[in-house]
Write a new protein. Structure first.
Length: 378
């Protein structure tokens, strides 16, 4: 069993390299970074000694009662339905590992988070893709999905808000797909790590759906990626038992300090989500203006949710050289071949936070200069 190079993370790693020219990160998919000081300041009445006196030991493999209760309150479910995991990555590993049976297939979005397909294929699971097309605003086509599901389908993944396009699946479509899967005994997986960050109509959590498996984490909408904590919600006790058993093997528990800080963050989720919404919304408005000025060069579908957009470069079949040149000029974006879509590139508009206007000004200058050069040579 082998895994292909993880192109996305390999590309993003260059911002950490000594001597890197990167000044502005428009490649990352999360939002404004929190410091530990800022996070603790959300609860000024909590003495620091309470954290310092935490025993550095194992916690429960299912997650601490306090954290599970906080997640349950956030999602409107019973704490018994919550399984804490080591980020959304472990949730995905568990799901694909448990689906690995002879003849099994899974139905995934294309483009999609780059972990999906390699995990499935490395475990011998056949992959069937439903396509999200720019000409259709990257919308899900429920009819296409229905043609892909059969008796060997172990699960369907719906990612909303979607990475990398920012497309959103409406509540009625989500319910329809959930019901379709439930009728056929197919697991319905909602990857909603960007919920509830929306730039228009807000959608409800898929945790309300009785047969759904919901995965989320602290890395995207909550902007606390360093905690490495996520969660799974499932009302099916037999499936939850399998998740717990898999976690016993994979990671045993989360880190105890991370769970304490994650609980604190959820106790103040309005402030944490509010900061992400504010910065993402402001920056998206600025991005609107710049891309409108370069509409002859850049084509895009404005994201309806999340913190990423997936533009394409007019006339280009591969954006990697464009992204490489831009990186040399100090701005990091992600070439679309990391998502199997080389005509596109991913642009994150929340990770740079308050520095985003300067990052966007640099991108604006670069695009203007490139246009002048192209015009002079035409």
């Amino acid at each position: 069993m082998d895994l292909p190079p993880f192109l996305l993370d390999r590309w993003l790693e260059q911002k950490q390299s000594p001597g890197s020219p990167i000044q502005y990160d428009l490649g990352s998919s999360t939002g404004p970074v929190w410091t530990l000081r800022e996070l603790l300041a959300l609860a000024p009445g909590t003495p620091l000694d309470a954290l310092l006196d935490t025993a550095i030991s194992y916690t429960s493999a299912i997650g601490t009662p306090a954290l599970r209760a906080a997640i349950a309150a956030l999602e409107g479910v019973d704490p018994d339905t919550v399984q804490v995991v080591t980020g959304g990555s472990e949730a995905l590993l568990i799901l694909f590992f448990l689906a690995a049976e002879p003849g099994a297939n899974v139905v995934l979005p294309n483009p999609g988070y780059p972990v999906y397909s390699p995990l499935a294929e490395s475990l011998g699971i056949a992959v069937r893709y439903y396509n999200l097309r720019a000409e259709n605003q990257f919308r899900v086509d429920p009819d296409e999905i229905r043609t892909l599901v059969d008796r060997d389908t172990r699960f369907l993944v719906v990612n909303s808000p979607h990475n990398p396009t920012g497309a959103v699946v409406g509540d009625r479509e989500m319910e329809s797909l959930h019901d379709f899967c439930a009728e056929r005994g197919v697991q319905f997986v909602s990857d909603q790590v960007y919920h509830p960050i929306y730039h228009g109509s807000e959608m409800r959590t898929a945790a309300r759906l009785p047969h759904a498996t919901v995965i989320s984490d602290f890395s995207k909408a909550l902007c606390l990626s360093g905690l490495r904590i996520g969660w799974m919600i499932d009302r099916d006790p037999a499936r939850r038992e399998r998740y717990l058993n898999a976690r016993n093997y994979f990671t045993v528990t989360a880190n105890v300090l991370g769970e304490r800080l994650a609980t604190l963050a959820l106790e103040h989720s309005n402030e944490v989500y509010g900061r992400a919404r504010k910065i993402a919304g402001q920056n998206l408005a600025l991005l609107d203006e710049v891309l409108a000025r370069h509409s002859h060069t850049i084509r895009w579908v404005r994201p309806a949710g999340g913190m990423t957009a997936f533009p394409s470069l007019a006339g280009a079949t591969d954006t990697r050289e464009f992204c490489r040149t831009l990186a040399a000029n100090g701005v990091l974006i992600v070439p679309g071949d990391c998502f199997g879509q080389p005509r596109h590139f991913r642009l994150g508009f929340a990770a740079s936070a308050e520095r985003f206007p300067r990052a966007l000004a640099r991108l604006d200058e670069f695009l203007t200069a490139a246009t002048r050069t192209a015009t002079a040579h035409s």
